[in-house]
Design a protein around this ligand. Structure first.
Ligand SMILES: Cc1ncc(COP(=O)(O)O)c(C=O)c1O
Length: 489
């Protein structure tokens, strides 16, 4: 029997060992103290030559896109240096661009495709559904409750589930739910955490301590009850909760359970349990944003791994296995009933208003149901985690051997490869932030471009998502490609 097969009695998690917090932070701080160190100038010319000579179709399309799409890409954080590469085909661990160049795909669509890209069984179920009733009907569909049931099976804390359209919507809805349930207004987030782009969450984005710096087009009132605390600082969180108690109370503390930006700045292993205790003490709800961790860390999510029960859980990404409209809110029935749906219920009960035309469409639900069942059957979180372990171990070995200052660590299938430590900068040192942030960001871009030129697709040149499709052979191939890139530094 496959040793990795999961049993109901023994849930398994992708994280084989929690990163040593002090060691990671020491490494990142040392990296940040050094002058930025990326690809050597002469070598960068060769990297850029790859894009000129091998990617003419992407280049032409990027030009067309820039005429009609602001910035030429459709997401704030999409990689577009030197220009966006256009995807033509994906399969398992690989992506082919419009010029038929093949890449090992560690972007994995931004995280959802834990089974590997375009997984056949889920695709077949999606086809069947579309043949039967099309992607959407506006009525209850059997896979809506089947999806909710399957989530509850693996995450027993999720007694009820509300399906929405994206992680952003779900975070927004979760906050509204917390405010409705508690009757309190303040929401505390961790600086650097990403909870989507709703008015109230574009606050302390990426760089801790920056508050409204990115809140362009968002009136002050929209963030008047949003607060941030520095990552891992429990004392500051306690003080904020105490102060808020004097002015009406905190509705919720919302966290990314691995730490900001999926653990780009990791939390200590005890952090979530300590936040839970503080929430209990001050009567605030704890919201776990499991948009990335939901099923990637294990079928029980980060809440299972840390053994911490949040009051509200936010889902996205893996929820629909890479199919459209991935977002949802889950929690105990008592809290979730504040999201009660249906026309007749609006006048008889106090409820938070959420939902959209295409939320909970049958296509998303059928894809999610089969993707989650398949992740459990194949033990995909663990297999992807093993691939992440192998990759992180190999990268560390190469970096040490070449004497580079870079920092690598992983939380299962989420591998962080930090070459500039730009995301460690904060408002604690605003002069350094102002002076160096752009140069450090550019290093990340150049590294990302160099990885691409060597057949490696990463998330913004610093994060790597592995999937079940990443066999040892794929990882070993990737490692030799990474080594070729590091030799250009
Ligand atoms: C932790 C976290 N929360 C929320 C979101 C927002 O999800 P979406 O992009 O589906 O709106 C993301 C997206 O990357 C995320 O990583």
């Amino acid at each position: 029997m496959n040793a990795l097969v999961r049993t109901a009695e023994a849930p398994s998690y992708a994280i084989s060992a929690w990163p040593n917090y002090n060691e990671v932070m020491d490494g990142l701080n040392a990296l940040l103290k050094q002058p930025p160190r990326g690809i050597a100038k002469a070598n960068m010319a060769k990297v850029l030559d790859y894009f000129e000579t091998k990617c003419p179709t992407s280049k032409a399309w990027a030009k067309r896109a820039a005429e009609v799409i602001p910035g030429g890409v459709q997401h704030n954080l999409a990689f577009n240096y030197p220009f966006a590469i256009a995807a033509a085909k994906v399969d398992g661990p690989y992506m082919w661009d419009a010029d038929a160049n093949r890449y090992i795909d560690f972007l994995q669509a931004g995280g959802p495709t834990l089974l590997g890209s375009n997984y056949l069984m889920v695709r077949e179920k999606a086809h069947e559904l579309i043949d039967q009733c099309g992607p959407v009907t506006g009525l209850l569909h059997e896979y809506e409750f089947k999806l909710a049931e399957v989530i509850r099976r693996y995450m027993p804390n999720i007694e009820m589930f509300r399906m929405l359209g994206s992680g952003t919507e779900a975070c927004m809805g979760a906050i509204r739910l917390a405010r409705t349930y508690t009757g309190k207004k303040y929401v505390i987030k961790v600086g650097g955490d990403y909870h989507g782009w709703s008015d109230q969450m574009v606050y302390g984005m990426r760089v801790p301590g920056t508050g409204r710096r990115e809140a362009t087009g968002i009136p002050k009132g929209a963030t008047a009850y949003t607060q941030e605390v520095f990552p891992n600082e429990l004392g500051t969180l306690r003080r904020k909760l105490m102060l808020n108690r004097l002015r009406g109370g905190t509705a919720a503390v919302i966290v990314e359970p691995l730490g900001p930006e999926s653990g780009t700045r990791p939390v200590t292993q005890e952090y979530n349990a300590e936040v839970r205790k503080l929430c209990n003490e001050f009567g605030a709800l704890l919201i776990f944003d499991e948009v990335v961790t939901g099923f990637r860390v294990g079928m029980g999510g980060a809440q299972g791994y840390f053994n911490v029960k949040p009051d509200i859980t936010v889902f996205g990404k893996c929820l629909t296995g890479g199919y459209l409209m991935a977002g949802g809110i889950g929690g105990p029935k008592e809290i979730m009933m504040s999201l009660v749906g249906g026309i007749g219920t609006s006048s008889s009960s106090k409820r938070a208003f959420v939902g959209g035309t295409l939320s909970a469409n049958p296509l998303s639900c059928v894809a999610g149901y089969y993707a989650i069942e398949e992740m459990a059957r194949t033990n995909a979180p663990l297999l992807a985690g093993r691939a992440g372990d192998r990759l992180a171990k190999g990268l560390k070995e190469i970096i040490n051997r070449l004497g580079l200052p870079y920092v690598v660590y992983n939380m299962g299938s989420i591998v962080h490869l930090q070459t500039s430590a730009v995301l460690l900068m904060s408002m604690r040192n605003p002069i350094k932030l102002m002076k160096e942030a752009n140069a450090r960001k550019h290093i990340m871009e150049e590294m990302g471009a160099a990885y691409l030129a060597h057949g490696l697709l990463t998330l913004a040149g610093s994060r790597i998502y592995t999937s079940m499709a990443d066999t040892d052979a794929v990882i070993d191939d990737a490692l030799s490609r990474f080594e070729s890139v590091f030799q250009l530094v």
